[in-house]
Design a binder for this molecule. Structure first.
Ligand code: G6P
Length: 489
C-alpha cells in the first residue's frame, strides 16, 4: 500500500457498509450526539489510516424523515468522515425483509422463509425490489461523493447489487466486496429465486473476500454451477471479466482488550464478580440473540450436563449475555421466546432459592464490564449453528492471559478454522457432545489449558483486524485484472 504520489495527497478509500460505525442520538431539535463505535471495521482500518483518507458511507442507524434534521445530522456526521444514506421509505422491506429475513437465513444454511401471501406488502418480490432500491440509494450517495481514483470497499450481504451498479456507472472504479457472513453450499444458495442476478452483480467487483477457504470455495462452486462460469486458482472468469476471490480472516484489536483488563476499574469489577460467584466455575456465553448463534442448543447441552453430573450442580453457573437484535424480524422474536422458555425450565429444574444455574441477560453490557466477564470466566461456550467468524471467541482469548480458561467452540463458526488448535470443537446440534465438552473443559488441568491458550493467544495477537484490513486493501490496491487472467488455468 502506498501514497498516490500526486502533491502528497493521500489516496481516498470509500468504505461502504449498511451501518455507519457511529451511534447517533437526538439531543434536541436538529442536534445530535455522535459516538464512533470501535467495532471490527473501525479496527480493521487502523492499519491503513496513514496511507488512505477514509470516508464511510452507510445508514446512520436512526429514522430521520425531516429535511432539516437530515441536514443537521449529515453535517455532524461529516466531521466524523461519515456520509449518511437515508433509507426510511425502503428500510423495513430492505433490512428486516430481504437482508435479514431472506439473505441472512440462506447464507447461514437455514433455508427460505415461508411466504405470507396474505400480506402483499411483504412478498419475496416486494422485499427484493426494496433491496434493489436501497442498493440504488447507496449508489446515488457514492456517485455524489466519488472522486477519480478512489478505492471503494463494499461490505456484506446488504449490498450485493452495488458492485454491478457502480461498474455500470463507471467501469474504472476499483471495487472490493467482503462478505462478513458464511457463504453456503450451492445446493442451498440455488433455492434463492434471484440467485443468478445476485451472483453476477457481485462478480462485477474486482476483488471478493471471504473469512475462510470453505466459504470462498462454496462461492466459487456456486458461481460455476449456477452461472456456468469458469473457476480458476485465483478467482472467476465470466465473459472475459476476471474477478479475484481470496480469503481474509478478520480479527480484533487485541490490545484494546488486553489494556482494558489491566484497568483498575476492570480489576475491581473482576474482584466483585469473583466474590459473587465464589465457589463456582463460570461458563460464559456472549451472543447477539440471533437464531444462528445456537443459544437454545447451548442451553440444551448445559441441561444435559447438569442432568448427568449431579456433583457439578451447585458448583457451576452459565452466564449468558444475549444482546437484543433485529427485533422486527419474526424469526428473531421466535428464538427469544424459545430461549426464555428454556431458561425457565432449566432454572426451575436445577435451581434453588439461593442459586440459579443460568443467569440470562437480554441486554448488551458496557465494554469494561464485558472484559471483566471474559477475564473471570473459566469456560467460554460458543455454539453457533453457522457463523461468519465469531469474534467473541477472539475477545475471550485476548482477556484470558491470567486465567487460561477454555474455549468450547462450534465447528460451524469460521473461528473453528483459526482457533481449532486450542479450543474444544463441538457439533452444537449434538447435545451429548456439548455436555461432554463442558465437562472436559471444567476438568481440564492447568498445564493443558496453558498450552492451548498459548497457541490461540498467539494467533489472536498476530491475526488482528488491522492485519485483515491491510491485507484486503493492499490486494485491492495492487490488483490487476490482466495479470490475473494471465495466471488462469
Ligand atoms: C453481522 C453482519 C454485520 C452486521 C452485524 C450486526 O455481523 O455481518 O453486517 O452489522 O451482524 O447486525 P445489525 O443488523 O444490527 O447491523
Amino acid at each position: 500500500v502506498s501514497y498516490d504520489g500526486s502533491c502528497g495527497k493521500r489516496q481516498r478509500l470509500l468504505v461502504v457498509a449498511n451501518r455507519l460505525p457511529v451511534s447517533a442520538k437526538r439531543t434536541g431539535e436538529n442536534t445530535w450526539s455522535l459516538e464512533m463505535s470501535p467495532g471490527g471495521l473501525v479496527s480493521g482500518l487502523l492499519g491503513v489510516a496513514d496511507e488512505f483518507e477514509t470516508k464511510w458511507v452507510g445508514w446512520p442507524g436512526v429514522d430521520v424523515y425531516d429535511a432539516a434534521e437530515k441536514n443537521a445530522l449529515s453535517k455532524s456526521l461529516a466531521e466524523m468522515k461519515c456520509i449518511p444514506v437515508f433509507l426510511e421509505e425502503v428500510f423495513d422491506q430492505y433490512y428486516n425483509g430481504y437482508c435479514n429475513g431472506v439473505l441472512w437465513p440462506i447464507l447461514h444454511h437455514m433455508g427460505l422463509p415461508q411466504e405470507d401471501h396474505n400480506d402483499t406488502n411483504k412478498t419475496l418480490q416486494t422485499q427484493y425490489d426494496a433491496y434493489k432500491k436501497a442498493n440504488r440509494m447507496f449508489l446515488d450517495v457514492i456517485i455524489e461523493n466519488y472522486e477519480e481514483g478512489d478505492l471503494v470497499w463494499i461490505h456484506d450481504y446488504h449490498l450485493m447489487f452495488l458492485p454491478q451498479y457502480l461498474k455500470e456507472h463507471n467501469n474504472k472504479i476499483k471495487i472490493g466486496w467482503f462478505l462478513h457472513s458464511p457463504f453456503p453450499s450451492s445446493e442451498v444458495f440455488k433455492t434463492l429465486p434471484s440467485r443468478s442476478e445476485l451472483l453476477r452483480s457481485v462478480l462485477a467487483a474486482d476483488l471478493l473476500g471471504f473469512h475462510t477457504y470453505d466459504f470462498a470455495s462454496h462461492f466459487e462452486r456456486t458461481c460455476t454451477r449456477i452461472l456456468g462460469v469458469e473457476g480458476t486458482h485465483e478467482g472467476i472468469v465470466d465473459h472475459g471479466k476476471a474477478t479475484r476471490v481470496a480469503v481474509f480472516p478478520i480479527g480484533i484489536d487485541p490490545n484494546r482488550f488486553i489494556k482494558a483488563c489491566a484497568l483498575p476499574e476492570v480489576r475491581q469489577q473482576m474482584t466483585e464478580l469473583k466474590e459473587r460467584f465464589a465457589g463456582k466455575k463460570v461458563i460464559l456465553g456472549v451472543d447477539r440473540l440471533d437464531m444462528i448463534k445456537g443459544i437454545p442448543q447451548k442451553f440444551l447441552g448445559f441441561e444435559k450436563f447438569l442432568e448427568e453430573n449431579m456433583d457439578w450442580r451447585d458448583k457451576v453457573v452459565l452466564v449468558q449475555i444475549a444482546v437484543p437484535t433485529r427485533n422486527n424480524v419474526p424469526e428473531y422474536r421466535k428464538v427469544k421466546t424459545q430461549v426464555h422458555g428454556l431458561v425457565g425450565r432449566i432454572n426451575g429444574r436445577f435451581g434453588s432459592v439461593s442459586s440459579l444455574p443460568i443467569h440470562h441477560l437480554d441486554c448488551s453490557v458496557d465494554f469494561n464490564f464485558l472484559c471483566a466477564l471474559y477475564a473471570i470466566a473459566d469456560v467460554m461456550l460458543v455454539t453457533s449453528l453457522r457463523d461468519g467468524m465469531n469474534l467473541v471467541s477472539y475477545e475471550f482469548i485476548a482477556c484470558q492471559e491470567a486465567k487460561k480458561g477454555v474455549l468450547v467452540l462450534s465447528e460451524f463458526a469460521g473461528a473453528a478454522q483459526s482457533l481449532g488448535a486450542g479450543a474444544i470443537l463441538v457439533n452444537p446440534w449434538d447435545v451429548t457432545e456439548v455436555s461432554s465438552a463442558i465437562k472436559e473443559a471444567l476438568n481440564m488441568p492447568l498445564e493443558e489449558r496453558e498450552k492451548r491458550h498459548r497457541v490461540n493467544f498467539q494467533y489472536v495477537k498476530t491475526h488482528s483486524a488491522k492485519k485483515w484490513g491491510n491485507d484486503f486493501i493492499s490486494e485491492l490496491h495492487t490488483f490487476s485484472e490482466s495479470e490475473m487472467k494471465s495466471k488462469k488455468i
